[in-house]
Design a protein around this ligand. Structure first.
Ligand SMILES: *Cc1c(COP(=O)(O)O)cnc(C)c1O
Length: 393
């Protein structure tokens, strides 16, 4: 048996290494030709018009909030069962995070809870919604968009867990996560535990040209280098008939959120295996599902859901702490996703407390994410299953 089995792990092949090395030998270390190649390939993969590569998923969320104009006091709704960054991007811009509970069946932000919040306040109280394709299960964004349009809200889809995932819309069409049809913006992460790894890295996808242009600008300090966009006059810039060659303008308060070219080369190389990896994840999920079906120690599990991208395979069990520790003793490093965000000390300062999100809190008492990554071998998965069964039997 292998030494240890984590819940997630990257897979770096010889082709990946070659792609990085050849980029290191090129003229570009940071943002170069691999960036747009990666962006184009990624946009094609998720079916969006535009993609913007950035330093990481958190930077992607921050830029989205900035591009949508989140400001002091703006209220934005998200789920407590997510990585903190989904909520934090609102705080970076001075906005207020409003959590709404999950649906205990899907573990996703419950649209009915969101509707109740919206109905209880005057129109204009909320600015946007950040639903999360948690564990890889695609949110029904068609339904969210209908609700958002009613209240004039934008949507940022946090699709970090779901590149290649999809839901079926009301006409039975597959709608890929991040395709930009039902959300203004979507974001992805290329952290090593995610489907596609570039070390650190992130991507924003959109179909909105104005947002796309704004994101490009904000990614690089808010600086513009295009004659037809300049606000200052030619004479100020130091030219008579033309802007001089050195000229550029900082028009907005942006950041340095660029991805390096060698990271883009790694991401691009990984993207080529994304579909294959997704297939393998779905096989692993099926194997877990069948092994747990009808078992009395299982309260609930991720299950077999069409379009699920299985970043995680979650089970809810009795005596979760005991199982977690027992698996660790056997070098199986399962993980808990997530400690509810509203109960983090930082968010408690805003008044959030136990009891506010009952379904998220019950879920947190029972949940555990099992090893799930394309290179997990059948033997290893069976070892995990044996250990879980032997713990309870
Ligand atoms: C990983 C992740 C992020 C943040 O991505 P980083 O690249 O680590 O900054 C945001 N949201 C979710 C749901 C994630 O899983």
């Amino acid at each position: 048996m292998s030494n240890s089995i984590p819940y997630g792990r990257q897979n770096i092949t010889e082709e990946d290494i070659e792609a990085v090395v050849s980029t290191l030998k090129s003229d570009y270390l940071t943002q170069g030709p691999k960036i747009s190649e990666f962006e184009d390939a990624f946009a094609k993969y998720v079916g969006s018009k535009y993609a913007v590569a950035v330093a990481n998923g958190t930077a992607a969320l921050h830029l989205c909030a900035l591009a949508l104009g989140v400001k002091q006091g703006d209220k934005v709704i998200t789920t407590p069962i997510t990585f903190a960054a989904s909520a934090n991007c609102v705080r970076y811009c001075g906005g207020e995070v409003v959590f709404a509970d999950i649906d205990p069946e899907t573990y996703l932000l419950d649209i009915n809870k969101v509707r109740t919040l919206l109905e209880a306040s005057p129109q204009g109280t909320y600015k946007g919604i950040i639903p999360v394709d948690f564990a890889g299960r695609a949110v029904d964004l068609e339904a969210f968009k209908k609700l958002a349009d009613q209240y004039d809200l934008w949507i940022i889809e946090d699709a970090c867990h779901a590149p290649g995932g999809y839901f079926k819309d009301s006409r039975g069409q597959q709608q890929l996560c991040g395709n930009g049809i039902f959300a203004e913006l979507a974001i992805f992460s290329f952290h090593p535990v995610k489907h596609i790894a570039s070390g650190e890295g992130g991507m924003i996808t959109t179909n909105d040209e104005d947002l796309y242009k704004k994101l490009l600008q904000l990614r690089t300090h808010g600086i513009v280098k295009s004659e037809n966009l300049y606000k200052n006059s030619i004479s100020f810039a130091g030219g008579e008939d033309n802007y001089p060659g050195w000229y550029m303008e900082m028009q907005d308060l942006g950041f340095n959120y660029r991805l390096t070219d060698f990271q883009a080369a790694l991401g691009l190389s990984q993207l080529k295996r994304a579909e294959e990896g997704l297939e393998r994840r779905r096989e692993i999920a099926k194997h877990y599902y069948q092994a747990f079906e009808g078992k009395n120690f299982i309260k609930s599990q991720s299950g077999i859901v069409e379009g699920h991208a299985y970043h995680l395979y979650v089970i809810e069990v009795k005596d979760r702490l005991g199982l977690y520790n027992y698996l660790r003793e056997n070098n199986i490093y399962a993980q808990i996703h997530y400690i509810p965000c509203h109960l983090m000390p930082y968010y408690r300062e805003f008044g959030w407390k136990e009891g506010d999100m009952p379904f998220a809190e019950i879920y947190y008492q029972n949940c555990i994410s099992l090893p799930m990554y394309p290179t997990l071998r059948v033997k290893e998965q069976n070892f995990v299953l044996d250990k879980i069964k032997s713990y309870y039997e």
